[in-house]
Design a binder for this molecule. Structure first.
Ligand SMILES: NC(=[NH2+])NCCC[C@H](N)C(=O)O
Ligand SMILES: [Mn+2]
Ligand SMILES: [Mn+2]
Length: 301
């Protein structure tokens, strides 16, 4: 039986809206343990990483190579510890489930997951998160993790952000609908595969998810799944910091998670960007919990 080790990362260094640091609590409160039990997996909750409050830090501390990026030192500090936790979890034969926090935590999750193995990644998100400290219009590191771990542009010089076992060819985006201009060109020029919402409209979630799974798992040991709650339509997932209209539906999202489970390639998973302060009676955290249960095997019949 799979044992899932839950690792909370209560950080909001990667963006400007406060509250996403409460994501791990909100997701647990929404019934994560019961959801995983329904899915038939063993659960071990490792608690939360200790993350100093943003108010105690200076977002504007910059070393010359940091460009616009805010809280980069703090992000390094958290992601370095997270990468070790994730790698240790996998070494112990368990499956890490990381609860964000904002999407900057992916630098740590992927760093640990792709440390000693060849892995692919499926990025369920409205956004590409492929900015760099100098191309980013916002300076928010949650818009940069994919570029960071792949060493795109100046990220190549940032020694701590890397995922040696992850190659662009095995990275797949599903559900894109908001890209910055430079980021769009960079994604076009990369070897990554990107399915936008229009692709889902045209081909249906069934076909897109099949394609995503096959590209991500091609020639590698296993796959990391990154689930940003703003992938879903804000009508059903209002508790996120950067909502974008026109996201996937409740059923499309569940279907995708069910297929992830059936493909039996999962190495690590993270659920990010749940912001209880912006949420409506914890409904986004509840949705996150249900989607995790589907990804780990909960079925109707
Ligand atoms: N993980 C996220 N929600 N990312 C949103 C990124 C938004 C925008 N592209 C930026 O870089 O600032
Ligand atoms: Mn994201
Ligand atoms: Mn997003």
């Amino acid at each position: 039986m799979t044992t899932v080790r839950v690792i909370g990362v209560p950080t909001d260094y990667g963006q400007d809206r406060r509250g996403v640091d409460m994501g791990p609590s909100a997701i647990r409160y929404a019934g994560l343990a019961d959801g995983l039990a329904d899915a038939g997996v063993e659960v071990e909750d490792a608690g939360d990483l200790l993350v100093p409050r943003a108010e105690e830090r200076d977002p504007d501390y910059r070393s010359p190579s940091q460009g616009n990026a805010k809280f980069l030192r703090e992000t390094e500090e958290v992601c370095t510890r997270l990468a070790d936790e994730v790698a240790d979890t996998i070494d112990d034969g368990e499956l890490p489930l990381v609860l964000g926090g904002d999407h900057s935590v992916a630098i740590g999750t992927l760093g640990g997951s792709a440390r000693d193995a060849e892995v692919g990644a499926i990025w369920f998100d409205a956004h590409g998160d492929y900015n760099t400290p100098t191309t980013s219009p916002s300076g928010n590191v949650h818009g940069m993790p994919m570029a960071a771990v792949l060493g795109y542009q100046e990220w190549a010089d940032v020694g701590w952000a890397n995922a040696p076992g992850l190659r662009e060819e095995n990275v797949v985006y599903v559900g894109l609908r908001s890209l910055d201009d430079v980021e769009r060109e960079a994604i076009r020029d990369s070897e990554m595969t990107a399915y936008t919402m229009s692709d889902i409209d045209e081909r249906g979630i069934t076909e897109v998810v099949e394609a995503a799974l096959s590209v991500a798992s091609d020639g590698v040991d296993s796959v990391h799944v990154s689930l940003d709650l703003d992938w879903l339509d804000p009508g059903i997932a209002p508790g996120v910091g950067t909502p974008v209209r026109g996201g996937v539906t409740y059923r499309e999202a569940h279907y995708a998670m069910e297929r992830v489970c059936e493909a039996d390639v999962l190495r690590s998973m993270e659920v990010v960007e749940v912001n209880p302060v912006l949420d409506d009676h914890n409904e986004t955290a509840e949705l996150a919990t249900e989607l995790v249960a589907s990804a780990f095997g909960k079925r109707i019949l």
